[in-house]
Ligand binder design. Structure first.
Ligand SMILES: [Zn+2]
Length: 185
């Protein structure tokens, strides 16, 4: 668990207890320089863990993007212990151009190049910055996916604990199984 409160996320500057702060963040990486991304932080009054919630690794997945935006208006810093960091859209080029699955600048699926490369293509720089500027400072990372432009949006939750060999999947009315959804690239 993060030992300091407020959490220290250098790219965001000083976070203040008991506040909701909205940031526009330029990620490091030559390819990313002209494209600030919105980030919201909710810093609780009391110390606690740091949770990073992101969506839009696939920029055409608008339902989870909307979910993260809504979450940014729902959490109450007065009742929160710890910090929640929300980035609704990582893959902005895909978001703006309504591009499915890949980043249109390099035609790469960002979900296939984690943990990225600071000197690589646009998607590699983008994922590298995500990991090294945000995820390394968090105690937990939720990466929301689903409902890309051609996809049917179905209720599905899957998770994998660190070190777990296979993700678990649950759907309404079904028991968790070890299979994973083939839909999300
Ligand atoms: Zn996705």
């Amino acid at each position: 668990m993060a030992t300091k409160h407020p959490a220290e996320i250098p790219l965001l500057g000083a976070l203040r207890r008991g506040t909701v702060q909205r940031h526009l963040v330029t990620l490091p990486g030559a390819a990313l320089a002209d494209e600030p991304r919105p980030v919201t932080t909710i810093t609780g009054e009391q110390p606690g863990p740091v949770l990073f919630v992101g969506s839009g690794v696939h920029g055409g997945e608008y339902p989870p993007i909307e979910a993260v935006i809504r979450l940014s208006t729902m959490l109450d810093s007065a009742e929160l212990s710890g910090t929640v960091i929300l980035m609704p859209v990582l893959n902005l080029p895909a978001f703006w151009s309504r591009t499915m699955f890949v980043c249109p600048i390099d035609n790469v699926n960002p979900n296939r190049v984690f943990p990225g490369d600071a000197h690589g293509s646009y998607s590699e720089q983008m994922t590298h910055a995500l990991i090294n500027e945000f995820v390394v400072h968090a105690d937990a990372y939720l990466d929301l996916h689903g409902g890309d432009i051609p996809e049917t949006l179905v209720h599905c939750t899957r998770s994998a604990a660190h070190g777990s060999p296979s993700p678990a999947r649950t759907e309404p009315g079904s028991r968790p199984s070890s299979s994973i959804s083939p839909r999300d690239p």
